[in-house]
Design a protein around this ligand. Structure first.
Ligand SMILES: [Zn+2]
Length: 229
């Protein structure tokens, strides 16, 4: 399960690994937290038009990636808060789709700016994994009213960490990641690619820098928490 704030964050943060795991037979669920209503510099576009476009782009990217389930929570862009309602939505998605591993933004990154929605999605997803989704007395209405069961996620992988402790060889999957990323056409201007470069060049260069010294060409890095048995 990939939990992410805005349309395109999943492909940027975990696209290479997700492509690799889908190819290996894993079932993947995306949980998109906001509707991306603030993600444009184009003043001619209304927020409503933008929201529709970005939902369609995310659906296309998820389909292309082979993602089986796409949950859209549709909170306003820039509007995520650490509330019981939002935490309950994430817990419900976890109890419904029952992932072994959850991927999310690293909320504790301090090197460089990070979007507020990324931080809050990271914190709320962490709390949802442990202890809220696991313990039946949290959100008991999921169990009594909706027929769901508590669920214990085994691993939590954060993308964008200051100090990664996992690297994955994504050499064979970085092209798929890039092809999914460019489904987010409305976001192309915001990717700030230097003249003469493409977003693909930039993603590949970043992945190649991470892989240096590991004996493969492109890498993706994470910080990983593993639940005790
Ligand atoms: Zn984002």
């Amino acid at each position: 399960m990939v939990i992410f704030a805005h349309p395109d964050d999943a492909e940027i943060g975990s696209g290479g690994v997700i492509a690799r795991w889908v190819a290996a037979g894993c079932e993947v669920t995306y949980v998109l937290c906001t509707n991306g209503s603030a993600g444009t510099a184009d003043r001619s576009l209304s927020p409503e038009q933008l929201v529709d476009r970005r939902a369609a782009e995310q659906r296309a990217a998820a389909d292309f990636m082979g993602v089986k389930n796409l949950v859209m929570l549709r909170y306003p862009d820039g509007g995520l808060e650490d509330t019981r309602e939002f935490r309950g939505d994430i817990v419900r998605a976890i109890r419904t789709h029952r992932p072994h591993t959850v991927f999310v933004h690293d909320p504790h990154r301090i090197k460089g700016f990070q979007h507020r929605d990324h931080r809050i999605a990271g914190v709320v997803a962490t709390d949802a994994v442990y202890p809220f989704a696991r313990d039946h007395l949290h959100f008991p209405e999921h169990i009594t009213d909706d027929g769901l069961e508590p669920h214990k996620v085994r691993e939590l992988w954060y993308w964008g960490p200051d100090q990664p402790d996992v690297i994955v060889d994504v050499s064979r999957f970085v092209d798929k990641q890039i092809a999914a990323l460019i489904r987010h056409e409305s976001q192309m201007p915001g990717f700030n690619v230097a003249q003469g470069q493409t977003i693909g060049d930039r993603v590949k260069k970043g992945a190649a820098d991470l892989a240096k010294g590991y004996g493969f060409k492109h890498g993706a890095v994470f910080r990983r928490l593993i639940a005790r048995r």
